[in-house]
Ligand binder design. Sequence first.
Ligand code: AMP
Ligand code: MG
Length: 523
Amino acid sequence: MRLNIDDTFNKELPSDSNLNNSRRQVLEACYSFVTPRIPSTPQLLHVSEEMLNAIGLSEKDKLSKEFINVFSGSTVLENTKPYAMCYGGHQFGNWAGQLGDGRAINLAEVVHNNTRWALQLKGSGETPYSRSADGLAVLRSSIREHLCSEAMFHLGVPTTRSLSLMLTGDDVLRDVMYDGNPAYEKGAVVCRVANTFIRFGNFQIFAARQDVKNLKLLTDYTIRHFYPEIKKQGKEAYIAFFKAVTERTLDMIVHWQRVGFVHGVMNTDNFSILGQTIDYGPYGWLEGFDHNWTPNTTDKDYKRYRFGNQPQIGLWNLLQLGNALYPLIEEVKPLQEILDGYSKAFPLHYLNMMRKKLGLQKQEKDDSLLIQKLEKTLQLSETDMTIFFRNLCNIQKGFKIDDIDILLEVIKEAFYDDVINEKVILEWKDWFDQYLKRLKKEELTDEERSEEMNKVNPKYVLRNYMAQLAIDKSNDGDHALIDELYTMLKKPYDEQPQYQKWFAKRPEWARHKVGCSMLSCSS
Ligand code: AMP
Ligand code: MG
């Protein structure tokens, strides 16, 4: 196995001088050197072929003993020095101080085809940042992270990736719903991959400690390697950097809203400086379209991270990043202007994204009203987001509003209730009336519009119940469903008749099941 190792983070930035793996506050350092824990009987369950190729490995490598050894944490690659990163963060709106990689260990960076990839094991034992936890991960959350990272990539959503999923052979104690019922679960390790794993929280920790020297080193490093298009110097460079991160974050969240993805824990330590979706924990996909929905039961009272609040939280997190970068800029105005820019730009980007979902190419002034009315109507009775938008392409310009049954027939599959009451039907009629009139202004034929809509309205997403089925089977030793879902989710916009059964509403048994509708941060 030959990887083109090219470490920069642990070569160009200051390290913790303490080499003991003891839990502590780590000052004036970006990371601590630490060696992954050796698992007792690692077993490879799944590999992402795309990621394998992206880092320059082949099918043959995948089958080697060395692959299992390295990506389970059993052996350390020659000439590398694994490390855990130091970062802080705001958790659910409150500053939490130092957090850091408590169960993630960066192995190395590789460069292949001019792209830099950081390889990181998640679940490979304790680090100086483990606080009161064990540094381990269970199979359940590892399957969810592995499958969803790759699914998001194929959906076209900026994301960290996942190379491999392994069982460690060790049991891990978890209290899944934090209700005093701990049980042993199978331990697992995922090898996550991203250009870099630097988060908003990496900057915040230095700002909180008034360590401007290291804040500057880290920011310069990030710009040098990951925002090379920024050619300015000094203060101007930091402002441009903040602007670029803001734009990328906005873009990422518009994509989340497009596909109905709810992150679940948008803490600032879970926000990538590259604007990539990171830290797949209690995430979920909308089934019934609902602005108030969150899959995270830990957040059920305030619903801070509910679907409809994601754009606002993105801004809140950017404000925290702006605060963290302030010591390098020492001027509020340019930072405020960038944040105001987000507030102004988001509705426009959202509108254009929704236009695409509706198959509208022109920009008409009443489009936002059409979209608002749709969102309201979708929430009148439980209506599956994915199925609704996917089937909407079957509306034809020539349909008549008086034939409401024909119109409803197109979207009926998305309704969770068998019977829809008259009032709701009238609202739908009203909306279809506007939509049909609006479609008349479009030039594309029905067929062409349908093709365009299918590029942004996925047919297949990783619904929680699907991941849970794969988890249940895998826990029983049958890992085939992991590969089936992975293969299907590589082409989320294609029809794939062989997988039609996965184009389905959440089954009733999953409505209140742990892992399907209820998730916690326990992983
Ligand atoms: P998360 O909720 O996964 O974003 O984690 C928040 C913080 O807790 C991060 O610093 C994690 O590294 C840490 N953490 C989460 N789970 C564990 C664990 N099992 N062992 C050690 N640290 C953990
Ligand atoms: Mg995290």
